[in-house]
Design a protein around this ligand. Structure first.
Ligand SMILES: [Zn+2]
Length: 461
């Protein structure tokens, strides 16, 4: 897709060169197109449905609040320069301390108050918002959902999705764009696209695009405990400053960029004295208020009914309200949707195949070499107790209990302790099929029966 957009762009450059009008020599990023089952109408509907749920889960400032009005005003100025489809953008402020922002399909954009507090100038705030607007332009949410639906639905049904509505199919699969949804967590590729498009939007609105990259780098190095949520939703693609500057170099040099407006200075003063809520407080408030979805989400509690997954390498049953991420041939994660982000699994099970260097290695040896390779990628993972021989639905297996660090936070805002239960079993070709059952330590006991039930249904091919 990247090569295609580059080709389109060079054609565009070529055309403008032929026209030889100097004011047309500007090259703008062309929005990429990807596989998307949602029509524009459904895209808007999907975002609006999710938006009606947001105030139940997050404390929003009212539309008449001067801070919201300022953010709406700035947002509209930026959105006026967004390329592609004219989505009905709306802008909202979440009374939350952590630095974060997210966008729903088709236009709704949310900025945390903590983000405004962390900006040093208006261009930085414009950068965050232009980046979010770009996720909307690129339709990153519905594209991710479409990919997931394609992996989950048989081809015959998928063919009919367009006719019957992607949104209702999505609901039938138990997927959503709600707060904290898997589909609102972006990939590194999506991040880079949003940065480049966002740089153009900023430039066209009169801001220096460098401020966007600067802000992201600043919160990465100084954000401390307030920034991880941002980078979990918007993982850094690396070299942000470099490629944003390269993009700026393709645009006509500007003598001067916009400086801070009086409104921004007033708002900055106002937010400086405010004490927005922490994610922890918001989650606790929801529990007290009996809100439907706690964080991470109600779907973490496994449904009683099971559904079966037929993978090329194995067969397993899992709670029907959990999702399968991955396809027939890849490593898969089976997890409640709200228990997974792009980078990490907080609740669920990962199933994969491991090829030991020595194909003749015993189950025990192969398990130990797998363990050391797992530790290499998770250095804080440590074994508790000894590994044991177990039976996995009749076959010989090894069981290892591990302690690691959860992507979730505990009461005090520190990373919670995680329990990882590794089970391995040998395949005919000498490789290992392994499962890692994952949960924050405090919830492991209540999930264990479900994990054991899943294991009893495992058939290795
Ligand atoms: Zn992003």
């Amino acid at each position: 897709m990247r090569t295609r957009s580059r080709a389109v762009r060079s054609v565009a450059i070529l055309l403008t060169l032929c026209l030889a009008a100097p004011q047309l020599l500007e090259a703008r990023v062309t929005p990429t197109h990807g596989f998307d089952l949602f029509s524009a109408q459904e895209e808007i509907q999907a975002g609006q449905q999710a938006a009606t749920q947001v105030p139940k889960q997050l404390p929003l400032l009212s539309d008449s609040n001067p801070i919201t009005q300022y953010v709406q005003h700035l947002g509209q100025q930026l959105a006026a320069h967004a390329p592609g489809e004219k989505w009905p953008y709306s802008f909202h402020v979440v009374n939350q301390k952590e630095i974060n922002a997210f966008a729903l399909p088709g236009g709704p954009v949310y900025v945390n108050l903590g983000t405004i507090q962390a900006t040093d100038n208006e261009a930085e705030l414009a950068g965050v918002m232009a980046h979010e607007i770009s996720h909307v332009v690129q339709r990153h949410g519905t594209r991710a959902a479409s990919k997931q639906m394609a992996a989950q639905l048989p081809l015959a049904i998928l063919g009919g999705v367009l006719g019957r509505g992607a949104l209702s199919q999505m609901a039938q699969l138990g997927l959503s764009f709600g707060v904290g949804s898997y589909f609102l967590k972006n990939s590194r590729q999506s991040e880079k696209e949003a940065d480049l498009l966002g740089a153009d939007i900023m430039y066209d609105a009169g801001f220096n695009p460098q401020a966007m990259a600067q802000f992201f780098e600043k919160i990465q190095s100084q954000g401390g405990s307030r920034a991880p949520q941002f980078f979990s939703d918007h993982p850094s693609p690396g070299n942000r400053m470099e490629y944003v500057m390269e993009e700026v170099d393709t645009l006509p040099r500007k003598q001067q960029y916009r400086s801070d407006s009086d409104e921004f200075r007033q708002i900055k003063q106002e937010v400086a004295g405010m004490k927005p809520l922490s994610a922890q407080q918001i989650a606790a408030g929801q529990k007290q208020g009996g809100g439907a979805a706690g964080l991470p989400g109600a779907d973490v509690t496994p449904a009683g009914n099971m559904r079966s997954l037929n993978h090329d390498d194995f067969q397993i049953s899992y709670p029907e309200n959990w999702q399968v991420f991955g396809d027939q041939t890849s490593a898969v994660t089976i997890a409640p949707e709200s228990g997974v982000s792009q980078n990490a699994v907080a609740y669920g099970v990962m199933i994969s195949v491991y090829q030991p260097e020595d194909p003749k290695a015993s189950l025990d040896q192969a398990t130990h070499s797998l363990l050391s390779s797992l530790r290499q990628s998770n250095p804080d993972l440590r074994q508790i107790g000894n590994d044991e021989s177990i039976r996995v639905n009749g076959a010989l297996g090894r069981s290892v209990d591990l302690i690691g660090t959860s992507p979730l936070q505990d009461q005090s805002g520190r990373p919670a302790q995680e329990r990882d239960w590794l089970v391995t079993t040998k395949r005919a070709d000498g490789s290992l099929l392994y499962l890692v059952f994952i949960s924050p330590d405090k919830d492991f006991g209540s999930l264990r029966p479900t994990f054991e039930q899943m294991l009893r249904t495992l058939k290795v091919r």
